[in-house]
Design a binder for this molecule. Structure first.
Ligand code: HAM
Length: 416
């Protein structure tokens, strides 16, 4: 057999994991400052949860879900994103009754059957957050500010652009959709077959189509942001105002439509121009109708998710190297008796909170020092039978290759 992952899936090897952990640690720290608690939800849900949440005419639901029939005949789907599952958990656990505001964050694998390329996978990892309860534009701005501060904490914000827009609500969007249909219908022959169909099902999706003809035709289409009702317009202005006060740099991009149907009002995307076509690093927005859609009480909400692989790719570009695991002390030994002493010393060092590694097997001193060097250790203890008989051990400072003898009893308590 051939040992390999299915197409679009990948391993994250230990050296790379350290980079992931750096980003995850920052996420945890910043989300905590903003009052978010972690929630852990299953990687799969009943298919209906996603179909209802994301919209049956979205690419994800139409073409990209990993769906299978469970042994009891129910239709199950591996989660293509996290929001639907978090909202399902919010409703199922009556979280609205426990607190007027729920601030939840999550991390985990998502699954979409897309065409794999650099930065786009079938199994990918998202970190996201959802703020459920308030309709106040301050909550949109708070969430977007948190996203920006998190990205700043990873040292990448200079390579990123934050764009915001508004998709209106049930009040103004239906009229806007009519305007779109009136615009596209007379030139429908310029649209791809999918978009001609979308004209009747979900005309907003045409604005998101990657086909050249559709892109060109969509360029002159009316914009949602010019067709907002007074309430949506006031909401958007307030979000802008809060962001300006928080010093978060943003631009307005009226072309943002997002690939999921649950959005209302504020939407945003964070992009980079350093990763080619897979340029979306993070994205999100408000979704005031989703909790009700999944059977809960009317609960406005706003959230976001970031693609970890893309953030890590960008981080690698910005900071190449320098994320290997390093130990503080290496313990080399020569001779059978010395090996037992080395084992004891290595354990004692770890007990004192010093990261230490020892050589296995009976290698030459030269090859042990080579491994010590590679491990990044600043100091190496060298235990030989001769020194050992005098209760001593050699301590080598790796940078200068200087050596001195120290008492083996005192060795674990030295400062490194
Ligand atoms: P999304 O825009 O579909 O939104 O995905 C968010 C991020 O996940 C993208 O910006 C991208 O970085 C990453 N991503 C998406 N697909 C892939 C892929 N195939 N390979 C690698 N990375 C990918 C959502 O998922 C919403 N749930 C966000 C949200 C939360 N909105 C409100 N709350």
């Amino acid at each position: 057999m051939e040992a390999r992952t299915p197409r679009g899936f990948h391993d994250v090897l230990p050296d790379e994991v350290r980079r992931w952990q750096f980003i995850e640690d920052n996420a945890r720290r910043i989300f905590d400052l903003y009052g978010f608690s972690e929630i852990r939800i299953p990687v799969l849900e009943f298919t209906e949860i996603f179909a209802r949440s994301l919209g049956t005419t979205t690419d994800i639901v139409e073409k990209e879900m990993y769906t299978f029939t469970d042994r009891d005949g129910s239709s199950i789907t591996l989660r293509p994103e996290g929001t639907a599952g978090v909202v399902r958990a919010f409703v199922e656990n009556s979280m609205h009754a426990k607190a007027p505001v729920s601030k939840l964050w999550y991390g985990g694998m998502m699954f979409r059957h897309e065409r794999p390329q650099k930065g786009r996978y079938r199994g990918f990892y998202q970190i996201g957050a959802e703020l459920l309860g308030p309709e106040d534009p301050a909550s949109d701005a708070e969430l977007i500010t948190m996203v920006w501060k998190f990205l700043e904490s990873t040292g990448l914000s200079e390579r990123l652009t934050l764009e915001i827009s508004s998709l209106g609500d049930n009040n103004c969007r239906p009229q806007y959709k009519e305007k779109l249909v009136a615009y596209f219908e007379p030139q429908s022959e310029k649209l791809c077959p999918d978009c001609r169909r979308r004209l009747g099902t979900n005309p907003l999706r045409i604005l998101d189509c990657k086909e050249d003809g559709c892109k060109k035709t969509a360029a002159g289409a009316p914009k949602m942001i010019d067709n907002l009702c007074p309430d949506c317009s006031a909401h958007f202005e307030a979000v802008e105002n809060y962001l300006e006060n928080a010093g978060v740099p943003y631009t307005i991009n009226p072309k943002i439509v997002r690939g999921l149907d649950y959005y209302t009002r504020t939407v945003f995307e964070v992009t980079t121009n350093e990763l080619g076509s897979q340029n979306a690093i993070a994205a999100g927005g408000r979704y005031d109708g989703l909790v009700e859609e999944l059977g809960g009480p009317k609960t406005p909400a706003v959230g976001f998710a970031t693609g970890m692989e893309r953030l890590v790719l960008l981080h690698e570009k910005a900071h190449p190297g320098g994320f290997q695991k390093e130990v503080a002390v290496f313990v080399a030994h020569l001779g059978e008796g010395a090996r037992t002493a080395a084992f004891k010393l290595t354990s004692a060092l770890r007990d004192r909170g010093v990261s230490a590694e020892m050589e296995y097997g009976g290698k030459s001193l030269k090859s042990q020092l080579k491994r010590a060097d590679k491990s990044g250790a600043r100091y190496t203890f060298i235990i030989g039978e001769d020194e050992l008989s005098r209760g001593k051990v050699k301590l080598r400072r790796m940078e200068t290759s200087t050596e001195e003898e120290v008492d083996i009893e005192l060795a674990p308590s030295l400062s490194f």
